[in-house]
Design a protein around this ligand. Sequence first.
Ligand SMILES: [Zn+2]
Ligand SMILES: [Zn+2]
Ligand SMILES: [Zn+2]
Ligand SMILES: [Zn+2]
Length: 286
Amino acid sequence: MAETYERSSLKFDEPEPVMLDYSPEADMDALAQFQYITTSASRVEHALGDCEGCSCQHHCTPAQGATELRAACCCFTECIKGLHALKDHGRAAGLVRLLECGPACSCNASCPARPTQTGVTHQLALFWDGLKGWCVKALQPISQGSFVAEYAGEYVTGVEAERRLTIYDTEERGHALLVVRVQLPSGSSCLKVCIDATRRGNVARFINHSCDGGNLEPVIVTSRGSLLPRVALFAARDITQGEELSFCYAVSNTATSSATSEVAAAASRRHCFCGAANCPGFLPSA
Ligand SMILES: [Zn+2]
Ligand SMILES: [Zn+2]
Ligand SMILES: [Zn+2]
Ligand SMILES: [Zn+2]
């Protein structure tokens, strides 16, 4: 990948392999005001003492925790099943939620049932497009089902999200606010979380919407013991080197039972330049 690195003039962020393709027309102010964080996970949310995690040592395997009376590690089985579905079927897997090991588990960070806790590992680059503004592309091939990036940002309440949107609209600068709705286990109620990546977030904040679904699939991730769900972007199909990354800002799933979970952008009526055949010309909104 050395040659692609040379083409990019700047490293956008130190801890993650995200480069910056400089262009004289680019809005560098937007980047200067942007604070890079690698995850939405908050440090104060390890308080769910009654949440059951697994008690595997080092990293979870299918056999760990299994006894004659008890099934093997529940996190591993469920998480790996989801990852396999994504790898084998990409978007067609229809995976909207993924459960992974978290603060309530005793395994370590290298556990394969923590696929979205690694940060960005593929080499990506920001580049400027006259119509779309900042875009993100892959500097290396990414295979279907791979974790690409968390959609990192600040958790805000619905009321605060509304307040911020009004401000962002008057500033006439783009915003990046995702609304996540998760059906609670009871089935009767829904948890709504807003992730605002407008000023604090990671590379995912610059990934554009595509009306045909793009090449990434947003998945709602629940880590055992974490209070709030996160959003992770996986490769919906094989992605080639140099290809722009995109995903649909409005994804919901009602196919599996009656449960509804969805990820959608809290966007006001903004133009869409994705170029897909079915593009209505505007971004979807929650
Ligand atoms: Zn684990
Ligand atoms: Zn385990
Ligand atoms: Zn676990
Ligand atoms: Zn479009």
